[in-house]
Design a binder for this molecule. Structure first.
Ligand code: PAF
Length: 285
C-alpha cells in the first residue's frame, strides 16, 4: 500500500491510474478505523480496480465547542489495517495542504443541511461537502462509498454530486453494529462502561420502531413519542432529536411509509451519538 501525503501526489497517482484504464473507488474517512471502516474497504474492493482510502480529520467540519483536538487518532494502526485490507493508497494529507493560507472557497448544499444534525452543528455540513468535493477532485473516483450511519451526510453528498454533475456513483453502506446493537463509531471510545450500556438505548429504540411498523403503526408522531420514552428511560441519555423524515428530501413525514427514515441524535454523557433506520427497508443483520 502506498501512503500519499500531498494533494499534488494524489492527483498524479490518480492520473496515472486513469491513463492505464483503472477505475478508482474512494472511501473517505477520518481514521481511527473500526470494523465498520474495514467493511467499507472490503466493499470498495468489489466496486473498482483501485481503492483509495482518505484519512483526514477535517478541521472545518468541527464546531468551536466540538472534539477536534481530542478526536481519536492512531495513524500507524490505521495504516496497518488498511494495508491488510488490500487498499492501494492511503491518502493522509496535512490540514495545511488541504486548506493552504488564502483558501476561501466553501461548497454549500442548502435546505438539506438545515434540519436534523445541521440544527445543532451549524457549518458542519459545509465542512463535509467542501472536503468531499476536494477529495473528489484530487482522487478522481468513479465510485465513492459512505456509511449509512451518517444518513443526512449521505443524502447531502448525493445531492451535491448530482447538483455539480459529478459522474461519480455514491454508494451507501449499511450501518455496521457491535454484537449488542451499538452502531460502530470512532466516538464510541469516549463512552464509559455505564454510558455504553445507556447508549444501547438507541439501537433498542430503533428495533422497537421497526417492530411497531411491522405491527401496522402508521402515525409518525406516535412512534416518535414511544422512541423518546425508550431513550429517556436510560439515565444519562439526553435526546437531541428523534424524527421521521423522507430518505432523500429529509423533510418530516407524518405517515410511516416506505422511504421513511427514523433518525436519532442523543447525548450519552458528553458524547453525541447518532443512529437511524430506514424503517421499511430490508433489515441488515
Ligand atoms: O464521515 C466522515 O468520516 C466524514 O464526515 C468524511 C465524509 C470523511 C468527511 O470528512
Amino acid at each position: 500500500m502506498e501512503i500519499i501525503r500531498t494533494p499534488a501526489a494524489m492527483t498524479a497517482w490518480a492520473n496515472r491510474m486513469i491513463a492505464a484504464g483503472d477505475a478508482i473507488v474512494l472511501v473517505p474517512t477520518m481514521g481511527y478505523f473500526h470494523a465498520g471502516h474495514l467493511c467499507l474497504m472490503r466493499r470498495a474492493k468489489g466496486l473498482a480496480k483501485r481503492v483509495v482510502v482518505s484519512l483526514f480529520v477535517n478541521p472545518i467540519q468541527f464546531g468551536p465547542q466540538e472534539d477536534l483536538s481530542r478526536y481519536p487518532r492512531d495513524f500507524e494502526r490505521d495504516a496497518a489495517l488498511a494495508d491488510q485490507e488490500g487498499v492501494d493508497v492511503l491518502f493522509a494529507p496535512e490540514a495545511a495542504a488541504m486548506y493552504p493560507e488564502g483558501s476561501r472557497t466553501r461548497v454549500t448544499v442548502s435546505g438539506l443541511t438545515d434540519g436534523l444534525c445541521g440544527r445543532s452543528r451549524p457549518g458542519h455540513f459545509e465542512g463535509v461537502t467542501t472536503v468531499v468535493a476536494k477529495l473528489f477532485h484530487l482522487v478522481k473516483p468513479q465510485v465513492a462509498i459512505f456509511g449509512q450511519k451518517d444518513f443526512q451526510q449521505l443524502a447531502v453528498i448525493r445531492r451535491m454530486t448530482a447538483d455539480l454533475n459529478w459522474d461519480i456513483e455514491i454508494v451507501g453502506h449499511p450501518i455496521v453494529r457491535e454484537a449488542d446493537g451499538l452502531a460502530m463509531s470512532s466516538r464510541n471510545v469516549y463512552l464509559s462502561a455505564d454510558e455504553r450500556q445507556a447508549a444501547l438505548g438507541l439501537s433498542r429504540a430503533l428495533r422497537h420502531a421497526r417492530q411497531r411498523v411491522r405491527e401496522g403503526l402508521t402515525d409518525a408522531a406516535g412512534l416518535v413519542r414511544e422512541v423518546c420514552e425508550i431513550l429517556t428511560s436510560a439515565t444519562g441519555v439526553t435526546v437531541e432529536y428523534v424524527e421521521c423524515v423522507d430518505e432523500a428530501s429529509l423533510l418530516p413525514c407524518a405517515r410511516l411509509a416506505p422511504g421513511v427514515v427514523l433518525a436519532i441524535a442523543a447525548r450519552v454523557g458528553a458524547t453525541r451519538l447518532i443512529d437511524n433506520d430506514n424503517l421499511f427497508a430490508e433489515e441488515v443483520q
